[in-house]
Design a protein around this ligand. Structure first.
Ligand SMILES: C[S@@+](CC[C@H](N)C(=O)[O-])C[C@H]1O[C@@H](n2cnc3c(N)ncnc32)[C@H](O)[C@@H]1O
Length: 225
């Protein structure tokens, strides 16, 4: 079984340990991959929706893994046992991932693999402000499309370290990496900001401080290219 490049990166960041929980598992592709490749001995495949969980159940059954993968109907981490060494929360908006982390008290020691589809900046800011460290981050794209996905490896260290406005846009771990995907990711952040500034300049009332903020971000991002 082969995973998409996005899911491959999620599997790579999950590493090798005893128990993995996949939140918003949908088809349970990642837990099945991690178990079949001997990377984890047990998995919790969790979803808030009965239909996705049914899909997961069918897939798990088809791979004869029902003794190794528990299917759990759960809103975020609410019903997930606390012995998960690694918690994956992928394929959702950054705000939803943030809310799931915020509402959880019993998985603080886990390694988190987070993959926001949107609002990665808001998620990074939440992590910095709440004592999480982004240990690693990478940008991946799929063969078939031009979309870029941020994947982060995160642990709660409890330290609230200082962070810059650039760290919110791309984590320090990513700033020192070189890849075509990272360059494309930064170029996209820059072009989005340039477009917003252009639209604001055409508006009747200009929010000068917002334009200044975006202009500074563009300079900082250009420095990372
Ligand atoms: C787009 S799929 C992502 C599937 C897979 N994780 C991936 O990255 O390809 C999003 C899944 O998250 C589930 N989901 C949405 N909100 C959730 C929540 N609060 N708790 C658990 N699962 C949730 C949805 O039901 C859906 O199956």
């Amino acid at each position: 079984m082969t995973l998409s490049l996005r899911l491959q990166k999620i599997a790579e960041y999950s590493g090798k340990c005893a128990v993995v929980a996949d939140i918003g598992t949908d088809h349970a592709l990642v837990p099945v991959y991690l178990i079949e490749n001997g990377l984890f001995s047990h998995a919790y495949a969790c979803d808030i929706g009965t239909l996705p969980l049914k899909r997961a159940e069918e897939y798990v059954k088809s791979r004869a893994l029902t003794d190794k993968i528990d299917l759990i109907l759960s809103n975020g981490l609410e019903k997930v046992p606390s012995d998960a060494d690694v918690v994956i929360i992928a394929g959702m908006g950054g705000e939803l991932i943030r809310d799931i982390l915020q509402n959880d008290e019993s998985h603080k020691a886990a390694l988190f693999v987070l993959q926001p589809m949107t609002a990665a900046d808001e998620l990074r800011e939440y992590l910095y402000l709440n004592g999480y460290s982004i240990l690693d981050e990478d940008i991946v794209s799929e063969h078939s499309d031009t979309k870029l996905y941020s994947v982060m490896k995160v642990r709660k260290s409890g330290e609230n370290r200082e962070f810059s406005s650039l760290d919110i846009l791309i984590s320090p771990a990513l700033q020192y990496k070189n890849s075509i995907e990272k360059t494309r990711y930064i170029e996209k952040l820059i072009s989005t900001r340039k477009n917003i500034i252009q639209n604001l300049n055409n508006a009747k009332e200009i929010n000068i401080s917002y334009v200044e903020k975006l202009t500074n971000e563009i300079k900082e991002l250009e420095g990372c290219l």
